[in-house]
Design a protein around this ligand. Structure first.
Ligand SMILES: NC(=O)c1ccc[n+]([C@@H]2O[C@H](COP(=O)([O-])OP(=O)(O)OC[C@H]3O[C@@H](n4cnc5c(N)ncnc54)[C@H](OP(=O)(O)O)[C@@H]3O)[C@@H](O)[C@H]2O)c1
Length: 293
């Protein structure tokens, strides 16, 4: 299987490149050599590579900056994925795309299912929701996985940021009124590979196999944690604790840290649908974090 992977230098793509190796030949591309907002570049790349599958791990992920760079966020997260889906559909190629828990407003008291109505409260969430819709308008052979609170050993994520703060400060305040699913990018990459591997047993062409399962799926770690819970566990599991300056992690509230973009207060996702369809196992957020080190 030939897989065109968009967003090569991102934290999820980094894991996908390694995890998908036994599944097929992965051809990674990234900005600026490949720009998802350039329709003719998508056409040229797809026709030159002729992949069996396209995986889009690219995105505009700066949640706060998206409030002011709205056109750019929309182009990368919605228009580009829509064109990609249109071109994939025309060429008979399936698409895997990733979305976010930030499509929800965070007012629910229990984990969100795929049948809950999205209602984004920031522009990043809105642009990602428009991306989901654009893809579904253009192709009937796409899997869209909604992820949450992604981290990996590389990249600009909360785990790496918190460890940097822990080297510099004795006291760190972290909010306890934002709850979600801290999810290891490698888990998402391995789940993607495990789901794809199942297509080999079906006997039908990949496009048909994906078409039979097409839709939105929640794919995160299990359980739920506040950012404060997450920070405490990062510290507990940190391999070089003695080199850290931090002595205490204190609870804080969202209102103490005003940001340009609002965040949903409660955005855990219910992964029951993907478990039912693919039989994958959803590991708990603490075991995923423990496995990072
Ligand atoms: N990070 C999270 O907490 C989180 C949570 C939920 C869902 N997600 C979703 O999960 C997916 C993977 O996220 P991630 O954290 O791995 O993202 P990431 O590390 O920010 O990587 C995104 C990649 O996309 C590239 N990109 C940006 N604009 C592009 C363009 N016009 N054309 C082609 N590539 C472009 C970026 O390149 P540059 O670095 O050069 O801009 C970067 O390499 C995304 O769909 C994201 O929305 C992420």
């Amino acid at each position: 299987m030939k897989i065109l992977l968009i967003g090569e230098k991102g934290q999820l793509a980094w894991e996908l490149i390694r995890t998908l190796m036994p599944i097929g030949e992965v051809i990674p591309v990234d900005y600026p050599a490949f720009d998802i907002t350039d329709k003719s570049q998508i056409e040229d790349t797809v026709s030159a590579i002729q992949p069996d599958l396209v995986i889009n791990a690219s995105a505009y992920t700066d949640v706060d900056r998206a409030e002011t760079e709205r056109e750019k966020a929309l182009a990368v997260n919605a228009e580009g994925p829509g064109w990609l889906a249109q071109i994939c559909h025309k060429c008979g190629i399936s698409l895997i795309h990733y979305s976010t828990d930030f499509v929800f407003d965070g007012t629910k008291q229990t984990p969100y299912t795929e049948s809950d109505a999205p209602n984004p409260i920031n522009f990043y969430g809105l642009s990602k929701l428009k991306g989901e819709q654009a893809i579904q308008n253009e192709t009937d052979s796409a899997l869209i996985f909604r992820l949450a609170w992604l981290y990996s050993a590389r990249g600009n994520n909360f785990v790496n940021k918190f460890l940097e703060w822990a080297k510099k400060y004795e006291t760190i305040k972290v909010v306890d009124d934002q709850v979600g699913n801290p999810t290891w990018a490698r888990f998402v990459a391995e789940a993607t590979a495990a789901i794809l591997a199942q297509s080999f047993c079906g006997g039908s062409p990949l496009t048909d196999w994906v078409r039979q399962r097409a839709g939105v799926y929640h794919l995160t770690s299990g359980g739920e944690a506040s950012r404060y819970d997450w920070a405490c566990k990062i510290l507990e599991y940190a391999p070089d604790r003695e080199q850290l300056r931090v002595k205490e992690v204190l609870r804080a509230k969202n209102k103490d840290f005003p940001t340009s973009a609002a965040r949903p207060a409660y955005s855990p996702l219910d992964c029951g649908k993907i478990v039912k369809v693919s039989q994958i196992t959803i590991s708990n957020w603490e075991s995923q974090l423990f496995s990072l080190y």
